[in-house]
Design a protein around this ligand. Structure first.
Ligand code: PXL
Length: 277
């Protein structure tokens, strides 16, 4: 059985970061170790939340894993909240990245805007961390901040290919831009493999709705599928279909909550897809 470790916060209620990564990657039949970077009562889109920083634990946990010869098939990072955490994660990659695939979802921004608490300087540091990755999966806003270019939502295919090329020029071996579509009714992923020079894209239906946490769900579903032996393009496509279904399940629940999606109800579909190999 493969084993990964994911490094991100745990928001007690909110269905994002660790509370989606753990169930989704586990559902893929992959042991999912966690390093919680902070405990929040909810994610930061709620009007009020508590925040307990766990940065001081990261090095101790990492040292103890090393002493116990615990290794990983992948290290997957999501929401990271400080420069110090970026530096500790960078050291963690140096220590465990020999065997492990390094997958970074540089969670910071969406729809042209940085999330609460993030700055362009942080994005520049995240870009440096991304140089160590086998795969990075930003949305276009995150990619633009990391590259220091204006956010351009009126893109065409040539523009997206150029952004992907610039992202791999940062040092990452491959990059996937999430939330991309060239028609009003489609959304999906555009991927560039810097090693082979090949591009791949996959789209599905775009629903007239946006929910919190779908980026974390998308990245987690990709990691789970990769660890089950799917190629990166296959894994990215499975994650597009699964994320769409999580949104459909949410929209068909008249009592759905405002803060996240009903991903739990879409897990049987995900499990069937990832166990089909
Ligand atoms: O879904 C990304 C995310 C993760 N963790 C926390 C967040 C957010 C987005 O706002 O606030 C704490």
């Amino acid at each position: 059985m493969k084993r990964i470790v994911t490094i991100q916060d745990i928001s007690c209620v909110g269905k994002c970061s660790l509370t989606v990564a753990l169930p989704i990657i586990s559902a893929a039949g992959v042991e999912t170790g966690v390093i919680p970077t902070a405990v929040l009562s909810t994610h930061t889109a709620f009007p009020k939340f508590t925040f307990c920083d766990l940065t001081d634990e990261i090095q101790k946990i990492s040292d103890t894993f090393s002493e116990l010869d615990i290794d990983f098939d992948a290290v997957y990072t999501g929401y990271l909240g400080s420069f110090e955490q970026l530096s500790l994660v960078s050291d963690f990659f140096d220590r465990f990245g020999g065997k492990a695939k390094i997958i970074i979802d540089p969670v910071m921004a969406d729809n042209g805007k940085l999330y609460k608490g993030f700055t362009p300087e942080f994005a520049a540091s995240m870009a440096k961390l991304c140089a160590k990755a086998d795969l990075i999966m930003p949305n276009l806003t995150e990619a633009s901040y990391m590259l220091g270019i204006p956010y351009n939502p009126d893109y065409d295919e040539a523009y997206i290919r150029d952004v992907l090329k610039q992202l791999t020029d940062l040092g990452a071996r491959s990059a996937a831009l999430t939330g991309i579509g060239f028609k009003d009714d489609e959304i999906g992923v555009y991927f560039y493999d810097g090693d082979s020079g090949e591009y791949y894209s996959y789209f599905n239906e775009k629903l007239p709705a946006a929910f919190h946490g779908t980026g974390d769900i998308y990245a987690s579903a990709t990691v789970g599928a990769m660890m089950r032996g799917f190629s990166v393009p296959e894994a990215l496509s499975i994650a597009v279909d699964f994320t769409l279904l999580t949104m459909k399940k949410t929209l068909s629940d008249k009592d759905h909550r405002f803060y996240g999606v009903n991903f739990e109800e879409a897990l049987p579909y995900y499990i069937e897809r990832v166990y089909s190999k």
